[in-house]
Ligand binder design. Structure first.
Ligand SMILES: Cc1cc2nc3c(=O)[nH]c(=O)nc-3n(C[C@H](O)[C@H](O)[C@H](O)COP(=O)(O)O)c2cc1C
Length: 163
């Protein structure tokens, strides 16, 4: 499968998970393209925090990838209060062109299930087939950015043809 792994990470947790997940998918035999969403400007934490309280808020990102032409997508992002603005921008621009997509959320450990469910509904509302979703707490990822539960999800969502 031709898979787009697209992620946003401010402090590196989501990036480590997205890299490990992409490496595993490549080892499984998939063709991976991994792209980080880069905000045009990196705001200081208090401004990101303020924006994260505004549901649906967006922030411009430099050259977001066009998901057309991929067979599947892995979207990884941190859980931010009510909104992760760079990811909202990507979804507003390209969400409706996403192929079947699995969603990975990293978080501190509060309210992540509601956030994940809401994101999945949003993608479905844009006509995207959601392959699966997982919220992982930062604590669970320390020392192992690829816990078994994530490997299992990847194997289920992105099966290798012929296996
Ligand atoms: C602006 C902001 C808001 C956040 N809000 C939440 C939250 O509501 N719930 C939660 O569990 N974690 C929250 N977090 C913590 C992040 O989700 C967590 O640290 C995440 O793993 C960071 O990913 P990153 O290192 O890829 O940026 C927030 C972090 C930031 C910066």
């Amino acid at each position: 499968m031709k898979i787009l792994a697209v992620y946003y990470s401010r402090t590196g947790t989501t990036e480590a998970v997205a890299r490990s997940a992409a490496d595993l998918l490549a080892e499984m035999g998939h063709a991976l393209t991994r792209v980080a969403l880069q905000p045009r400007v990196d705001l200081p934490y208090p401004l990101w925090l303020a924006l994260s309280f505004v549901p649906g808020s967006r922030f411009p990102v430099a050259a977001p990838p066009d998901p057309s032409g991929f067979d599947a997508c892995l979207l990884a992002l941190p859980k931010w209060t009510f909104a992760c603005p760079p990811v909202n921008t990507f979804l507003a621009q390209h969400g409706s062109r996403l192929p079947p997509t699995a969603v990975l959320v990293t978080c501190g450990g509060w309210d992540q299930d509601r956030y994940l469910a809401q994101l999945e509904r949003r993608l479905q509302g844009q006509g995207v087939s959601v392959l699966g979703g997982l919220a992982l707490r930062k604590k669970e990822l320390q020392g192992d950015p690829l816990p078994q539960i994530l490997s299992d999800l990847l194997g289920t969502c992105f099966p290798v043809s012929g296996s």
